[in-house]
Design a protein around this ligand. Structure first.
Ligand code: HEM
Length: 484
């Protein structure tokens, strides 16, 4: 790691680099109804926003609590705030943050993300929840150890803004709660059952360790106004320094349908039972076993010990496989390969620099566990999924590019290597604009020519979202709050 200028951890909001500690998190989406009143009330709210320094201290306290085998969790409620482009405009902030996706807003960009929807009189409208079709100005999100801690903090915040009372400055558009899944076995696993949150980049000047296989990126890929390896990047307005962009996606997961698909399409290999063949298909669609073990290291058999070892569970690169057209260890279209192709792009002979494609993922699950009836009927009756959230200093280069040019593009990564042919769609998040047949290629490790056709309805269904800017603490005080 090189050593960039030290970061001001008291100025950067806490979720971006350090991740708010959370068992539960509520996103409160709002519209500003009275700008002047808002600025005054916002000044009183700013001290509640959690800094990176506070999150680091909180995480240390959690570590000590755990190492002393103390019971229960430390009560905690950490707060973050972010504004959409419509929100900035509402507040009279018209500086260009140089991100076309942010400026356009996610609703308008949904068609190009491949979200299903309808076009009427030439206007596309995604099949989203109605709340996300309204103009959202901002989001306050609170994460903590328990619903009690989070709700208490949220009530304090709502009272500050007078939400629902005479004298309010904001109105609630919707609130969505996410929760870590229950039980030791499921916690940290997303609803399809796979361990999540294993691979995020390390950030130079913040993370003290980089694990084998983990990329260390310059802070400028996460924070505006900081060093990157791209000198042509326009300088942001000074108040935007130390801020970051947040991509929020409300993603529903059709779990019984996904499980049924795996059951119906086991990979047939000598020595594998049908159930093991289904588990192998799941692992090859994601790129990791449910335990988190990467199939590029352990292609035919899960290895939970490897999965739990941070020195090894990220230490793979798909080295030379693309050059050799070899998908025997991991399909080119596996979710983790589509979203971070490692040596497919970074390795020789291409040696592309893809640090600008890295995102910091901070999602949380929502909705109940699959019920016995859903399991029996192989059909979703209750909404569940992922409140997908990620940070980067550019939505265009980060989330939007990953979704559109990688996950949704069947030619990728072969096209990046100048090869023709199809790798297929990312089976987890890949969408085809306008719908239609999606295939994943190379799913059978012993037969690279096998393609599998995915069901028409995607396993992950987007129902809303927005792009936000997460200002620094200084900017919250000087640009958003009324002067004292
Ligand atoms: C419900 C939707 C999603 C599910 C179930 C899901 C699931 C997973 C799982 C199980 C992993 C492996 C664990 C890890 O490496 O931390 C992963 C990694 C990842 N996902 Fe997703 N994901 C979803 C949506 C997305 C979206 C929308 C994006 C971005 C467009 C994305 C980008 C990534 C990235 C960048 C990685 C890390 C790859 C690596 O560094 O090896 N995911 N996801």
């Amino acid at each position: 790691m090189s050593t960039p200028a030290p970061l001001d951890l008291n100025n950067i909001q806490g979720d971006i680099l350090a991740g708010l500690p959370k068992k539960t998190e509520t996103y409160f989406f709002f519209q500003v109804s009275d700008v002047n009143r808002f600025r005054g009330q916002f000044a009183k709210f700013v001290p509640s926003v959690t800094t990176t320094a506070q999150v680091v201290a909180g995480r240390q306290a959690i570590q000590e609590h755990k190492s002393q085998n103390k019971e229960g969790l430390i009560p905690m409620a950490a707060v973050a705030v972010a504004f959409s482009n419509a929100g900035l405009i509402k507040l009279g902030i018209t500086d260009d943050l140089n991100d076309a996706a942010f400026t356009e807003g996610q609703l308008k960009g949904a068609e190009n993300l491949g979200d299903p929807g309808k076009t009427t009189n030439g206007v596309f409208s995604p099949d989203w929840e109605p709340e996300f079709k309204k103009e959202i100005h901002g989001v306050i999100y609170v994460a903590g150890d328990s619903i009690l801690s989070v709700d208490k903090k949220l009530i304090e915040i709502k009272l500050l803004f007078g939400v629902g009372l005479p004298g309010h400055s904001i109105t609630e558009i919707t609130s969505i709660r996410g929760d870590v899944r229950p039980g030791k076995e499921n916690s940290a696993h997303e609803h399809f059952g796979f361990l999540d949150g294993i691979s995020n980049p390390a950030v130079e000047g913040f993370d003290k360790t980089t694990f084998p296989g983990q990329d260390a990126i310059a802070p400028g890929f996460m924070l505006l106004g900081h060093e990157t390896n791209n000198s042509s990047k326009p300088q942001p307005p000074s108040w935007a320094v130390d801020g970051s962009f947040l991509t929020f996606r409300y993603l529903f997961q059709l779990v019984p349908e996904f499980d049924d698909f795996l059951e119906q399409n086991p990979i047939i290999l000598p020595g594998l039972s049908r159930k093991e063949g289904s588990e192998l298909l799941g692992a090859r669609l994601v790129g990791r076993w449910k335990s988190g073990a990467p199939i590029d290291i352990t292609p035919l058999k899960d290895d939970p010990v490897l999965a739990a070892d941070p020195q090894r569970n990220n230490d793979f690169k798909f080295e030379n496989e693309l050059n050799n057209n070899d998908q025997s260890r991991c399909p080119f279209a596996a979710h983790v390969r589509k979203t971070y192709p490692r040596d497919d792009l970074e390795g020789p002979p291409r040696n592309f620099d893809i640090d600008n494609r890295r995102i910091m993922r901070r999602g949380i699950q929502f909705g109940p566990e699959v019920t016995l009836i859903e399991k029996a009927e192989k059909k979703t009756h209750h909404g569940r999924g992922l409140l997908f959230a990620c940070y980067s200093s550019s939505i265009v280069d980060g989330f939007q590019f990953i979704q559109q040019s990688w996950a949704n593009t069947p030619e990728f990564p072969l096209n990046a290597a100048g090869k023709s042919g199809q790798a297929g769609f990312d089976a987890i998040i890949g969408q085809k604009k306008g719908g239609g047949v999606r295939t994943v290629n190379g799913t059978n490790p012993s037969d690279p020519t096998t393609n599998i056709t995915l069901p028409n309805e995607t396993f992950v269904v987007p129902k809303g979202g927005e792009y936000f800017f997460v200002p620094s603490i200084a900017a919250l005080k000087t640009k958003f709050a009324a002067a004292a």
